[in-house]
Design a protein around this ligand. Sequence first.
Ligand code: PLP
Length: 386
Amino acid sequence: MNIRNWLTEHKKKNLLRRLTPVKRLPDGQLVVPGHTSQQLLDFSSNDYLGLSTHKGMIELSRHFLELAGCGAGAARLMSGDLAMYHRLEEEVAQLKGQEAALLFGSGYMANCGVIPALVGRNDVIFTDRLNHASIYDGCSLSRAKLIRFHHNDLNHLEELLSKQRGKGEALIVVESLYSMDGDRCPLQDMVQLKEKFNCLLMVDEAHATGVFGKNGGGIIEEDGVAGRVDIAMGTFGKALGSYGAYIASTQNMIDFLINRARTFIYSTGLPPAVIGASLAATRIIRQEPELRRDLFARVDCFKAALAKKGVTNLGPSQIVPIMVGQSSRAVQIANALRDQGIFATAVRPPTVPEGTARLRFSITRHLGHEALQKAASLIGAALHAS
Ligand SMILES: *Cc1c(COP(=O)(O)O)cnc(C)c1O
């Protein structure tokens, strides 16, 4: 591969990604130094509940930092197994309605560690086409046969299971809330299907934990299927406002992963400050359901304002996609919005299928009702103008 040609080619097609250093201000505002307009409203953060700046989290984080220092110093199977990890794991297991949990460095590492631990060369994985890149990478590392089903299409999945379930282990991997489309997996039908075909079911709740469920336990809690899911995965980096990730499951599964998941075994334990923040966040989302009600009041406000501008079909969650089709149009509208003080991402291939480029607005508690209404007007106008 010629790197210079590759860069020129991607720039021409509007597919070149660039880093944009930002500074965060209160009320969901961003400053992008070097950019003409001074302050932007941040519609691309996953800090849905606004917890990243929560005082209780900062306090516990600081406390753990001062108690235990900056780093764990070693992988947990060596001398790095701090007692605080176990406390967090117990509370996460409770939150997710599982017997036990295991921490990972990040959601990316969790997915890359768990999938190859569960299935191998003689097994098969059924994966929703729109699953996150970290799930795909975990699947590749496993060397299992990979079968992709149409997004959220359980008839298609059943057809594939009938033909290709095979005699080895079979793993179905889904997200409970899809990050690019903001739609939900029909989990009740999914658990029936996985039971019928005797498969393992892994549910990635990266965008759902903290946001859905009476206690913030995610869509597996809300749909009442926590006890029928084999592996519940989630991250602390999104609604929980911290960093790191976990797998929650049976005690046997966790004991197995401690011995088999290479991204767990060969990596340093998370820093104490991060554990303090995550532990506080896990408690806060259970104790403060009003955070979720408040978030969804803002989501409803944003969608109602868009509907007034004729923009409808915005899905059931805090992730609001607006389809625009071509990559170039998506980039053009995103740039126009940026000039008017709105920071939203144009999601383009290869992240999403060709021809389905979109603008993605994620709503957080940092954004006020007035700001949301104003943004919706500008978005409506930018869509009509393009
Ligand atoms: C963000 C995300 C991950 C990765 O989690 P990190 O903790 O950010 O590494 C995994 N799966 C899904 C569906 C995600 O959206």
